[in-house]
Design a protein around this ligand. Structure first.
Ligand SMILES: *[C@@H]1O[C@H](CO)[C@@H](O)[C@H](O)[C@H]1NC(C)=O
Ligand SMILES: *[C@@H]1O[C@H](CO)[C@@H](O)[C@H](O)[C@H]1NC(C)=O
Length: 472
């Protein structure tokens, strides 16, 4: 009996393991992250830029603070300009997703091989669950983005984002009035409280101020609104690329993968499918069947299209875009000036931290004004092939919860300042020899802006706004 049952068991075990292998295959033993996740432009998850967070959401690398060891530096102030966290699509994109899903469910069919599981999933399992009332609101994952960022920054700057500074309301919080930003600044404050072990939240636990003049300067700058935002020809390169060879290639390949009748799929709908993959990942951590429509090269083309738009709309493409951020620039330097000034011991200590919550549209003009991510050759509709090594990649610069930190240190030779973008050190353009240069050298580098950069003159002074950057 015993000797006979042994082989039977062996066979059984072998059969079961074969079955398990089959099962894990048919439930598609996929990595959890779509192969195109790092190319979603402003719809990229923060984790794609900092993958160590996928293992530990609170992991902090203290060596990013790089003031010179020899000068006994200690951080005395932090200004953080932060983008809101992951959010729902806006109404415009929800409508596109609606049209796309109707088209694909009604008219797409499987190819001759008929092996496209993902298409079956799209047509029979995937549900159109987005509704227009979601319009750009922060999702749960977006709250987590900000709570966790707050926790990490409190670990990195325990003396600035301290329990005492928080409780005594010495940290200032300003936000754009948009719902997703207000929710984000609340989540950030919750994150600090959780970090310091406060679990019973009082009714009036939040202390932020809504300030659109500071955080949504772009919509108040007439020269920008008329010259760029509402000016079709300012975004000519984007239009040309949208209908150019690279995008047409992606469009045609997507159409073929879906076996759609010719020319039913527009470039906007292709982009909607790409964004759908991004939303399902950033909102639900799902590997959506829509992701299979694109290979990595397609994703790079679509990323470039987004980058072109941001470059010509919000960045170096037109100087007025960066100049519109002058109020924010001045606000930050005034805060740093105050924090770095020598004081008598009787004077009140300066603000330890200033937390500013806004949008990608807030960060990009400011980063451009500071001279960052300015490649030698501007991206255009015709030079996609030569732009693979560009530094201007919005997927890396402004993912959800993107952040720009100014860290002011008190050092023996005087105050120093360091920039961090998405928690990595970045050097000031023109001062590359040091990671944390003397604050007075930084001021000297930006002298022309500190003495000028007047919002009213730049934004109202010329009715038509400025033309393209003449340095291009
Ligand atoms: C920590 O940051 C430093 C400075 O940016 C970097 O050189 C190092 O590679 C980082 N370490 C890890 C584990 O990411
Ligand atoms: C629109 O943009 C074009 C190209 O940048 C520029 O030449 C033109 O002056 C702008 N028009 C207005 C009304 O600002």
């Amino acid at each position: 009996m015993f000797s006979a049952s042994l082989p039977t068991n062996r066979v059984l075990v072998a059969a079961v393991s074969l079955l398990l292998a089959r099962l894990s295959c048919s439930s598609r033993s996929l990595p959890d992250i779509p192969h195109i996740a790092a190319y979603f432009g402003t719809k990229t998850r923060y984790e794609e830029v900092n993958p160590q967070l996928l293992r530990d959401v609170f992991s902090v690398n203290a060596s990013v603070l790089m003031a010179p060891d020899t000068e006994r530096c200690s951080p005395v102030h932090l200004t953080a300009v932060i983008r809101h966290g992951s959010r729902y699509p806006t109404v415009k994109n929800i409508r596109r997703i609606q049209r796309l899903s109707q088209l694909v469910r009604g008219e797409a069919s499987r190819g001759p091989g008929g092996s496209e599981d993902w298409l079956r999933d799209i047509q029979s399992r995937w549900e159109m669950w987005y509704t227009e009332d979601m319009d750009g609101q922060l999702v749960m994952k977006g709250r987590d983005d900000l709570r966790q960022l707050a926790g990490r920054l409190a670990t990195l700057f325990p003396s600035l984002l301290s329990d005492e500074n928080l409780m005594k309301r010495r940290i200032s919080f300003r936000t754009s009035s948009k719902h997703r930003c207000v929710s984000s600044v609340e989540a950030f404050q919750d994150g600090l409280m959780e970090h310091w072990g406060h679990t019973h939240f009082s009714e009036d636990r939040y202390s932020h101020v809504v300030d659109d003049q500071l955080m949504r300067f772009f919509e108040r700058c007439r020269g920008y609104v008329e010259g760029v935002e509402n000016n079709r020809s300012a975004l000519l390169e984007v239009d040309k690329f949208k209908h150019g060879d690279e995008m047409e290639g992606v469009r045609r390949r997507t159409e073929e993968r879906l076996n759609l009748p010719q020319h039913r799929l527009t470039p906007d709908l292709v982009e909607a499918a790409f964004f759908l993959c991004s939303y399902e990942l950033s909102i639900k951590s799902l590997y959506s069947p829509w992701c299979f429509l694109f290979d990595e090269n397609d994703a790079k083309v679509l990323e470039y299209k987004s980058d072109l738009k941001q470059y010509w709309k919000r960045s170096h493409g037109h100087v007025i875009s960066s100049l519109s951020s002058c109020p924010l620039f001045h606000h930050i330097f005034r805060t740093l000036d105050k924090a770095g000034r020598p004081r008598r011991s009787s004077e009140a200590s300066p603000e330890p931290a200033s937390i500013l919550l806004g949008h990608a549209e807030t960060l990009l003009p400011l980063l451009s004004l500071l001279g960052l991510y300015k490649d030698q050759t501007p991206p255009t509709a015709n030079n996609y092939q030569s732009q693979h090594g560009r530094s201007f990649r919005t997927s890396r610069i402004v993912p959800y919860a993107a952040n720009l930190l100014f860290v002011l240190y008190d050092c023996q030779r005087g105050p120093r300042v360091q920039l961090l973008i998405n928690e990595s050190p970045v050097r000031f353009p023109g001062l590359e020899s040091e990671v944390a240069p003397l604050y007075r050298d930084v001021r000297a580098t930006y002298r022309h802006l500190l003495d000028g950069c007047d919002f009213h003159m730049e934004c109202e002074g010329r009715s038509g706004g400025r033309g393209p950057n003449t340095e291009l």
